[in-house]
Design a protein around this ligand. Structure first.
Ligand code: ADP
Ligand code: MG
Length: 757
């Protein structure tokens, strides 16, 4: 086998170097076309990929897999012992059938093989002798009430044919790989070991600096790969995994540190505050005092804007903590010295709302050139996809001429023909909906590098902030402006009609007192699922299946619920509006408008109201099937109410049964209004794959073992060390292997990963 075959790089190289191309051999050249094809379906394409295809868990020959945990339809690999095997002719047609019963000592599983005649089954009969222990792989089916595997792949431990297996001791852990019907776990293992066995030290890049390894007592890369793929003990596995986790964290943090350094090295225009300008005039008009937090963060931002280095700041703060004012002061500081600011919102509804609130707060200061406009005034322009052609032309002209000091928009702002006279500041609201590339696309519209302020209302746990926003500095607004009455949350069991009836009455009382009510549903119509808008905990699904429920109960849908409420006696005479992502822009505007004015005081909606929508008179929020939403999402929804001086009430309606995780989650939500706590709980309760997105599992991710929930210390250490390294040696000349790994794997993958937030 030739492991060192030179090969063209997968992606265009980001840096030149003569050490590129290691471990880039296509699998077909390393393990043969058939095995390679099966492996590629699982993800790996090159020898390097395969070495990083780690076992999902480790079996213990001395301990058999518990068979009673198996699920019908699941593709499984189990370690079990053959209890009995028999061959008999088929009853109704020609041919023979072999059935073998395997056991974990308590429960049993049937293996079934069909053959033309008994002779063709002799091979299996010989290998599946009672008492033989082995690994069995297949898809679990059911036949006459018992679980079975039909034509499973299997390997008795005694005759595993490769060298490693032959010498393997009984107490060595058995690596079990994510496998498929076309390639069982042990064949993946054989392929991995074939490739691994051919590697010498110099074949495998070592991205971790020697000093870092010494400091954290980590083994070298080749050692770690041997220990993770062919361990002699679980201690070796753990040491290998620790090292590999550090490696993942370090490589990612180095990429982020480089990104940050590259940004900081670009020149930006300094926009120092100006006395007697629009910003001061604006502050004088504010009907409230800024909170201490708003003032503090404002001062930090004002300083950073005054420097010729681009600001890179993330501003996080509870819903309603007053981030908009902070952003607006920053924007006006830039406008004061002749620059422009762009505010990017994730949805049309939010962009329009920003326009309304910002122009209202600015009053005559937003009316430059108009009758009654103030002396220092500027213009605020909206630029979204749904503008009419003439409206769009006017907005484009206002941005390009500099006449508009503030341009608010959606993705439409990113389009190529949008130009600015002098873009000095980019503000991005609700960052998790935008990717790094979009951030960059907008910043590219400036001559220098504009300052950047990213705002998010989703509290981001520290580790996620460090991984996902590692290139930004973070500020937090932790106190809510005074005079907020707060929100009380009550869990309402949906299976108690009297309670549900009380929910509608509660809405009635609120409407009669001049308030507004949101009713949030997980989907739009009853007939269709809205998988993007609901959150299903995989564990709950499992619980439901185990409890014998065939399908989860139907979920509340906007259209049906709105219809129901229109006929609800308690709500006679109350107009009900509907809101969801499939409506036209006009219909959305009409619905939001009617809700805001009170023409329709009840709004039935999907989670489109989740971010930023501000109707201060809204005091009630009913969330139907509350268990279907993630904790952070519930918290965001709840943040829509209690924004005025009247206390809000949030009614979380759920069908979740006592003792389920679903109910536990809804109760946790009702139990605290601390968004950071909820974000952390969310992270703990979800599985990692959900946190990082689906691509995590596949080839496209460089994070395989690192857990943002558990590896806080590793991430923090890696970040400090990576920043130090990049500050000392930005081009990584002293760490060529690290540079090689970064160039090969991260350019594509990090971008993809970062975009998930
Ligand atoms: P968010 O952080 O969710 O974007 P907003 O900026 O929309 O919050 O502020 C929510 C509401 O609080 C707005 O109506 C805003 O005018 C008001 N607000 C902001 N700062 C203060 C303050 N210091 N005192 C009182 N009200 C404030
Ligand atoms: Mg906001």
């Amino acid at each position: 086998m030739s492991e060192r075959v030179a090969r063209g790089p997968r992606h265009a190289p980001a840096v030149a170097g003569d050490r590129r191309g290691r471990l880039q051999t296509p699998l077909k050249d390393a393990v043969g076309p058939k095995t390679a094809a099966a492996l590629e379906k699982l993800g790996p394409r090159t020898t390097g990929d395969l070495l990083r295809y780690y076992p999902r868990r480790y079996g213990d020959r001395g301990r058999l897999t518990e068979l009673r945990d198996l699920q019908i339809g699941e593709h499984v690999t189990v370690i079990a012992q053959v209890a009995s095997t028999s061959v008999r002719p088929m009853r109704n047609r020609r041919g023979a059938i072999l059935t073998s019963t395997i056991t974990d000592g308590r429960d049993q599983l049937t293996l079934t093989f069909f053959g033309k005649h008994a002779g063709t089954l002799a091979f299996h009969e010989r290998r599946l002798r009672p008492g033989v222990t082995g690994m069995f792989t297949g898809t679990v089916g059911a036949y006459r009430g018992s679980l079975q595997l039909t034509h499973p792949d299997y390997e008795p431990f005694e005759d595993l044919d490769d060298e490693f297996a032959a010498v393997q001791k009984v107490d060595w852990p058995v690596p079990i790989y994510p496998a498929s019907a076309s390639i069982p776990s042990w064949k993946v293992g054989t392929a991995v070991r074939t490739v691994l066995g051919a590697q010498r030290e110099e074949d495998v890049p070592e991205p971790l600096p020697a000093a870092y390894r010494r400091q954290h007592d980590l083994v070298g890369v080749l050692q770690a790969l041997h220990w993770v793929h062919e361990p002699h003990s679980m201690t070796e596995v753990r040491r290998a995994q620790l090292r590999l986790r550090h490696e993942e964290a370090f490589v990612l943090q180095t990429a982020l540190a480089q990104r940050r350094a590259a940004m900081l090295s670009r020149p930006a225009t300094a926009r120092p505050p100006r006395m007697g300008g629009i910003r001061e005039a604006f502050e004088a008009r504010l009907p409230f005092d800024l909170t201490a937090g708003q003032r503090e963060v404002g001062a930090v931002i004002a300083d950073e804007l005054s420097e010729p280095v681009p600001m890179q700041r993330l501003l996080q703060g509870e819903v309603g903590s007053g981030k908009t004012v902070v952003a607006l002061r920053a924007m006006l500081q830039v406008v004061d010295v002749g620059g422009q600011a762009a505010l990017l919102a994730p949805t049309e509804v939010l962009a329009q709302q920003h326009l309304r609130t910002i122009t209202a707060m600015m009053g005559p200061l937003a009316e430059a050139g108009m009758l009654g406009g103030a002396e220092q005034a500027t213009r605020v322009t909206l630029l979204t996809g749904s503008l009419s052609a003439p409206g769009r032309r006017r907005a484009l002209a206002a941005a390009a001429s500099g006449e508009a000091g503030i341009v608010i928009g959606t993705h439409a702002l990113l389009s190529e023909n949008v130009q600015f006279a002098d873009l000095g500041l980019v503000v991005i609201d609700e960052q998790h909906r935008f990717g790094v590339e979009q951030r960059d696309a907008l910043r590219a519209k400036a001559d220098g590098t504009p300052h950047l302020l990213v705002m998010t209302a989703t509290p981001i746990p520290r580790t996620v902030a460090m991984t996902s926003f590692g290139d930004l500095e973070t500020s937090t607004l932790s106190e809510l402006p005074a005079g907020r009455a707060g929100v009380e949350t009550v869990v309402v069991p949906a299976n108690r009609p009297a309670w549900v009836q009380r929910v509608w009455q509660r809405i009635r009382e609120e409407v009669d007192a001049g308030g507004r009510a949101y009713v949030v549903c997980p989907r739009i119509t009853a007939s269709e699922g809205e998988p993007g808008e609901e959150y299903v905990d995989p564990d709950d699904l499992l619980e439901a299946v185990e409890a014998g429920a065939d399908a989860p109960p139907p979920l509340a849908a906007v259209e049906e619920v709105a219809e129901l409420l229109r006929h609800e006696p308690a709500l006679t005479g109350v107009t009900v509006a509907e809101m969801h992502g499939r409506l036209t822009t006009e219909a959305k505007d009409a619905a939001m408008g009617a809700f805001a004015t009170g023409a329709a005081p009840v709004l039935v909606s999907t989670t489109v109201v989740e971010v930023g929508v501000d109707v201060p008179k809204a005091t009630v929020m009913v969330i139907l099937d509350a268990d279907r939403f993630g904790l952070s999402q519930l918290h965001q929804l709840r943040g829509r109410i209690g924004r005025g001086s009247k206390p809000g009430v949030c009614l979380a309606v759920t069908t979740a049964e006592e003792g389920t995780k679903a109910l536990e989650r809804v109760r946790a939500f009702a139990g605290t209004t601390d968004g950071f706590r909820l974000a952390e709980l969310d992270l703990e309760m979800r599985r990692e794959g959900d946190v990082l997105g689906a691509s995590q599992a596949g080839r496209g991710s460089s994070l395989r073992l690192l857990r943002v929930t558990k590896d806080v210390d590793i991430i923090a250490d890696a970040r400090t060390a990576a920043r130090e390294l990049v500050a000392r040696d930005p081009a990584l000349a002293s760490e060529p292997d690290l540079a090689e790994v970064l160039a090969e794997s991260l350019d594509e993958e990090t971008a993809e990963y970062l975009q998930r937030f």
